[in-house]
Design a protein around this ligand. Sequence first.
Ligand code: FES
Length: 87
Amino acid sequence: SFEVKIASSGASFQIPADKTVHQVLSENGIEIMVSCEQGVCGTCLTRVLEGEPDHRDLYLDDHEHAANDQFTPCCSRAKSKTLVLDL
Ligand code: FES
């Protein structure tokens, strides 16, 4: 698991292996717009302020993945212990 932190509120959530970032945030009243939920459409794209995403999408290109400043919370995860999201 890893932790996701919401920059605006400071709230943080553990993301267990069997749930997506989007699922956990949604359960806690933080709604991110999603569409495909498979990393294809880019609808859920969210800015990352700190931490290293584990990109699982097909939407961003290699260069954008390497920048680590945005990710797709419908399917992508984290390599670092914490991701701080610009939400
Ligand atoms: Fe389509 Fe996340 S909802 S990429």
